[in-house]
Design a protein. Structure first.
Length: 182
């Protein structure tokens, strides 16, 4: 009976240590990668993905997104999204010049979640921002996707990080339909 108790105690210690180590690794990776961005196409930009149809656009404008969450998206997201999109475009080496053919990015925030309870802090926060995003040429919608900015590490917690994740999702989606760059 004592051996069983000792074995269970050792197993519990190893389990807790392994959990702490895996959480530390996850947080470390979170510092390097930042917030996550995911997009799921609702209306593809073109029926032929190999055509890379966004090649003619050299200017990208982010219109203020509408807020349909009911709970309200923090102002910091609304005021920084276009800046993060511009940064991500530069990182992907997609030209974003003041003149040229314009692609307008517009959307509606449909879901916002903060991690502000004890359970989220113990197991790692899960925060996300979901938006229905449209790529428009003039008034014509040429593509539509659900884009998510998500944070699952304490180091990436907060509204600003979710805005970065959403920008990452939007630009990754654009990049998939943009021609290869040198």
């Amino acid at each position: 009976m004592k051996r069983l108790a000792v074995c269970l105690a050792i197993l519990a210690c190893v389990s807790m240590t392994t959990g702490c180590v895996s959480r530390a690794i996850k947080e470390g990776i979170g510092v390097a990668r930042g917030a996550k961005g995911i997009s799921v196409m609702v209306k593809p930009v073109s029926a032929d993905a190999s055509a890379r149809p966004l090649g003619g656009y050299t200017r990208f404008v982010v219109e203020p997104f509408k807020d349909a969450t009911g709970s309200g998206v923090p102002q910091v997201i609304k005021s920084t999204l276009s800046t993060y999109v511009a940064q991500m475009l530069a990182e992907h080496k997609i030209p974003n010049e003041p003149r040229g053919k314009t692609l307008t990015i517009r959307g509606t925030y449909v879901y916002y979640e903060d991690a502000n309870n004890t359970t989220d802090q113990v197991f790692g926060p899960f925060e996300e921002l979901l938006a229905r995003v449209q790529l428009c040429d003039g008034g014509r919608v040429i593509g539509e996707a659900d884009c998510v900015g998500r944070t699952t590490e304490s180091v990436n917690k907060g509204a600003e990080k979710k805005a970065q994740g959403l920008a990452k999702a939007i630009v990754d989606w654009i990049d998939k339909s943009y021609p290869e760059r040198p």
